[in-house]
Design a protein around this ligand. Structure first.
Ligand code: CA
Ligand code: CA
Ligand code: CA
Ligand code: CA
Length: 241
């Protein structure tokens, strides 16, 4: 019983540690002019998740303020759960520019707010997990990544985006050919991000919960919890016999 409860608590913590839609992959640096930058969001494999009320905000580590925002209302993830914003083929929001995604130390913040709100270029992330946007609306942080390419940790930026770890796209010495990719839901420990060959609109190279297999998210918990309770009950019945 105690062990089952512990498993439940671990599963519950893991699911609450990440939002339903997460920042899944970031590629900020390419060889020469950065012309294939992108950010991939993922809904844990649920698929066709509405992004109404979601805002992707790029945060400048030099001053902890927004330098770009994408209003995602009206969009949704694809059938496998992916949503790509960037300058790569097949992007859901195609950014027809170069060098628009800073190489670090910088941050990507996925926020939720009422549709029609404006975070505002220049708005500083002086508090976490909520920020008042330039429209006066409250933005709540859903997920974030603080990253760099061989830069020192930016503790102010980490604080503003509620993060404890800054990840280096150049951790393998290959930031121009690799992206930062998240491995999955559990365990919620540092080191969950790793650099590998870019996989825009595809399962990450290190994904432990591919889009074809439901992850240990809120939906899976509803299946997991009754199963564990039934298992615990059966074990108790067996012990009593
Ligand atoms: Ca860049
Ligand atoms: Ca790269
Ligand atoms: Ca800073
Ligand atoms: Ca990917």
């Amino acid at each position: 019983m105690r062990r089952s409860l512990l498993l439940l608590m671990i599963a519950a913590c893991a699911s609450s540690a990440r939002a339903a839609v997460v920042v899944n992959e970031v590629d900020a640096d390419q060889a020469g002019t950065d012309s294939a930058e992108f950010i991939e969001l993922f809904d844990e494999g649920a698929g066709n998740t509405s992004l109404d009320g979601y805002y992707l905000v790029l945060i400048n580590g030099a001053n902890e303020s927004a330098y770009r925002e994408f209003d995602l209302t009206g969009f949704s993830t694809d059938a496998r759960g992916f949503f790509v914003i960037g300058s790569v083929a097949g992007a859901d929001i195609f950014v027809n520019e170069t060098n628009w995604l800073q190489n670090g130390a910088d941050g990507v913040g996925l926020y939720t707010a009422v549709p029609g709100a404006t975070f505002g270029i220049g708005t500083t992330i002086s508090s976490c997990p909520t920020v008042v946007g330039s429209s006066g609306d409250l933005f709540a942080l859903a997920d974030a990544l603080v990253y760099d390419t061989n830069d020192a940790d930016d503790f102010q930026l980490l604080f503003g985006l509620c993060q404890t770890t800054q990840y280096d796209e150049a951790m393998n010495g290959a930031s121009t050919t690799q992206s930062l990719q998240w491995s999955g839901m559990i365990p919620p420990t540092p080191g969950e991000w790793a650099a590998g060959s870019p996989t825009p609109d595809l399962d990450n190279f290190n994904s432990r919960y591919p889009s074809s297999v439901p992850s240990i998210g809120p939906t899976a918990l509803f299946t997991l919890v009754p199963a564990l309770l039934i298992g615990t009950g059966l074990a108790a019945i067996r012990r009593r016999r």
